[in-house]
Design a binder for this molecule. Structure first.
Ligand code: BG6
Length: 284
């Protein structure tokens, strides 16, 4: 069965994924703009697990605020491009899919090649299974020389109350604090909690990280492979107020956990080679 392509916000095409035929089963949505996951509702919780701002702008080339922006070929300001690279601002094409999974692909435009002269194909596959969403990122070097990139799957999780949310699994790691000129610190706490702005790149993060949503009474387990690092971000009051496409109070409802290549060396990919990394979320 072909993927179910419908018209979403801003008249943009999106794919609706479902597990099985029953209404009420697990469901997810992916926009072709940016290969951007904007919704995941597992049957187990019956709740939306992904945060998208009520002020998100669905108008390319603007990136959608919330969901899972794909940051590629640059994380943040770590290179010559605009923040987080251009994949999140680009239209992907459907390459393959069925009712519960889709592969979207991006090749650079002429304009992209002027800014970043490297031919590649980026494929994002989103697959739904009961209680689990899997997102696979594949980068193929289509050029004739090695390419280097940094990246992230910039995942905005919805939480009921950020002051009652915890990120577990990062104790003992070195992190670069984006709020202090990327100075290096060691995480002393068993869990990261939120009482102010947090913007950290955890280097060599473990492949399992737990997000506990205390107020909702559930957790999301994030499993990553291939991404060495993980970014944890909440903008809090002042940064939230400075973002035009983000409500002033919405920092209370979200936590970003982003499997990334950001604190570690960039990926160097020889001509013709492919790099693959995966993130999986499961409810608990
Ligand atoms: O506003 P943007 O470009 O989507 O970025 C949002 C945030 O993305 C995070 O990954 C960065 O660590 C933050 O510094 C940044 O503010």
């Amino acid at each position: 069965m072909a993927p179910n392509l419908v018209t979403g916000d801003g008249d943009l095409p999106k794919v609706v994924l479902r597990c099985g035929d029953e209404p009420g089963g697990d469901k997810a949505e992916v926009y072709l703009h940016g290969a951007h996951v904007t919704s995941w509702i597992p049957e187990a919780t019956g709740k939306e697990m992904i945060f998208v701002s009520k002020d998100a702008i669905f108008k390319p080339p603007k990136a959608i605020r919330g969901g899972v922006p794909v940051c590629f070929p640059q994380f943040s300001d770590m290179g010559p491009l605009g923040a987080h690279g251009f994949a999140r601002n680009s239209a992907f094409e459907v390459q393959d899919g069925e009712s519960d999974q889709v592969t979207l692909a991006l090749r650079p435009s002429e304009e992209d090649l002027e800014r970043w002269p490297q031919k590649f194909e980026l494929r994002i596959t989103v697959a739904l299974s009961p209680g689990c969403l899997t997102q696979t990122m594949e980068v193929q070097n289509m050029g004739s020389s090695a390419m280097e990139f940094t990246c992230a799957l910039h995942t905005y999780f919805r939480v009921e109350d950020v002051t009652n949310a915890q990120v577990k699994g990062l104790r003992g790691l070195t992190y670069l604090d984006n709020l202090q000129s990327r100075e290096r610190f060691t995480e002393a706490n068993a869990c990261v909690e939120f009482s102010g702005e947090v913007d950290r790149i955890y280097c060599g993060a473990p492949d399992t990280i737990d997000l506990v949503d205390g107020a909702a009474g559930h957790s999301v387990v994030i499993e990553k492979t291939g991404f060495p690092d993980a970014v944890v971000w909440n903008p809090w009051v002042d940064k939230a107020a400075s973002l035009k496409d983000f409500g002033d109070e919405e920092y209370k409802e979200m936590v970003c956990i982003e499997p990334a290549v950001a604190g570690s060396d960039p990926i160097s990919l020889d001509a013709g080679k492919m790099w693959t990394a995966v993130q999986k979320f499961m409810t608990r």
